[in-house]
Write a new protein. Structure first.
Length: 486
């Protein structure tokens, strides 16, 4: 701020101040001073003639999105890649400050990123390409995926990478583009496991280029994908804690708290106590998220609570967490893959509650809504979502009719799909739920076989606490008299 003020005092033209102001906004953001960073970028954009507040509260958002999509459908990739490059400095700096504002808003009001990304796309299509164009296409691709068009969104993501190469920006943008294209777009088409590896590469390139923020965001996504893909919990737990400590030391709290959510959840599944020397507690994550008005982090926290209450069959907590997630998910405009994991668990909880409380239409409706949502995404990427849809359909049948004709085949198809697509954690859950179905229908032998398989899969995953639960369900007395928690 001091440097910027000195330059401002000695500058004859406003354009001469822009590099220092840009450095100021970026430094404020990287120091986690998000409100100050936002004000800095907004002030510059106003001075550059941009009506930013009007843009961020524009009621004609749908019309603008459709107009931009129509232009992109007409233009093929070759036409976009051959567009002229912008030479006017004022346009380039305007694009840079819009991009910096987006980076800041993702920590504060991610929904506001939508209108800014459309403005950047409009400026690119009207003025030509510049150093921020690859990111403009990538962020707009994320918006399009969230609106239910992953094909055009995926095309925008791949086009962004090609633009980066054409403009010779690989060193500068590789890590940031990886975090957007693979973390926010490609999950609708590519396996979670391969995307995790891309984020790990993005983390390395960010560290090499000095882009600490992008490097951290990539590693955060790597951890989340590793966790939901069933990587061994001791490994995930260790990596998450180490990374969180590093990010906290660098004052990157949003990324650090995301990693801590994974760490505390892993501890619970492993049946181990968190590191006593570590001062932060799990409740501190939610307190920080609320205090910082970080709705993304609030949703992440709720999803972890949702998952945990379900696998441990804490029914009071299940209903509470499902209601919290349902309320927050319905208020969101932008979709991330982890939110769909929350939808999966909300569906499982809904059918579980419907089975426990027959005649409650609300739970069945919410379970059916989860099936509808995940079926849509499964049609784009069966690898990531097919097993989840099959399991939800099996649970719906079980809730409606305990001995429905094709329920057993749905369970087995879900188990086979999870195995084929390497989701060992979800294969274990499917085996455990299928065992409940077979026990209900007095097929104890098959139930024990499936519980044994679930126990072994949990053991391999490192979920010791779930191993103990599976073993308790195999107790002869539980088999004889039934187990409401199975």
């Amino acid at each position: 701020k001091y440097l910027a003020s000195k330059i401002h005092a000695n500058s004859r033209k406003y354009e001469h101040e822009l590099p220092s102001l840009y450095f100021t906004a970026k430094t404020l953001r990287e120091s986690a001073l998000y409100e100050e960073a936002k004000d800095c970028s907004l002030g510059v954009l106003r001075n550059l003639g941009q009506h930013v507040v009007t843009l961020m509260n524009n009621d004609s958002l749908v019309t603008r999105i459709q107009k931009t999509k129509s232009m992109l459908v007409i233009l093929d990739d070759a036409a976009i890649l051959s567009m002229k490059q912008v030479e006017e400095d004022r346009v380039i700096w305007t694009m840079k400050f819009y991009l910096e504002l987006i980076y800041t808003l993702q920590h504060m009001q991610s929904s506001k990123m939508v209108t800014i990304s459309i403005q950047m796309m409009d400026m690119t299509l009207n003025n030509g390409l510049c150093c921020t164009s690859p990111l403009a296409f990538a962020i707009f691709g994320y918006l399009i995926v969230s609106l239910g068009d992953p094909f055009l969104g995926y095309r925008m993501g791949k086009l962004a990478i090609n633009l980066m190469r054409k403009l010779d920006l690989v060193v500068d943008l590789s890590s940031t583009l990886t975090s957007i294209v693979y973390g926010l777009i490609s999950w609708a088409h590519e396996p979670f496991q391969s995307i995790a590896e891309m984020h790990l590469a993005g983390h390395s390139s960010g560290n090499q280029s000095g882009d600490v923020s992008a490097a951290g965001w990539n590693y955060q996504q790597y951890l989340i994908l590793s966790f939901v893909s069933g990587e061994k919990l001791p490994t995930v737990k260790s990596k998450a804690l180490s990374f969180a400590k590093t990010q906290l030391a660098q004052k990157q709290k949003p990324v650090a708290y995301n990693a801590l959510s994974i760490y505390f959840h892993s501890c619970a599944l492993m049946g181990s106590c968190p590191d006593k020397s570590f001062q932060l507690k799990e409740d501190d994550i939610l307190a920080h998220a609320i205090g910082a008005s970080n709705s993304d982090l609030q949703v992440v926290y709720i999803i972890h609570q949702l998952m945990r209450s379900y696998v441990f069959k804490r029914y009071d907590e299940m209903a509470k967490n499902a209601n919290s997630f349902h309320e927050m998910a319905n208020s969101r405009k932008l979709i991330r893959f982890f939110f769909l994991i929350g939808t999966f668990y909300e569906g499982l909880i809904s059918f579980s509650m419907a089975r426990r409380t027959p005649g409650t239409d609300d739970w069945m409706e919410r379970g059916n809504a989860a099936i509808t949502t995940l079926s849509q995404w499964s049609s784009f990427c069966m690898h990531n979502f097919e097993n989840k849809v099959l399991l939800l359909k099996a649970e719906r049948n079980f809730a409606i009719d305990g001995d429905a004709g094709n329920t057993d085949s749905l369970y087995r198809d879900s188990i086979n799909s999870a195995r084929q697509h390497k989701f060992a954690n979800e294969e274990a859950i499917a085996c455990e739920l299928a065992a409940s179905f077979y026990l209900h229908n007095n097929d104890t032998e098959t139930a024990i076989s499936l519980l044994t398989k679930a126990r072994n899969l949990y053991q391999t995953w490192g979920a010791v606490a779930l191993v103990e639960i599976a073993e308790s369900k195999m107790d002869p007395w539980s088999m004889l008299f039934g187990n409401n928690n199975i």
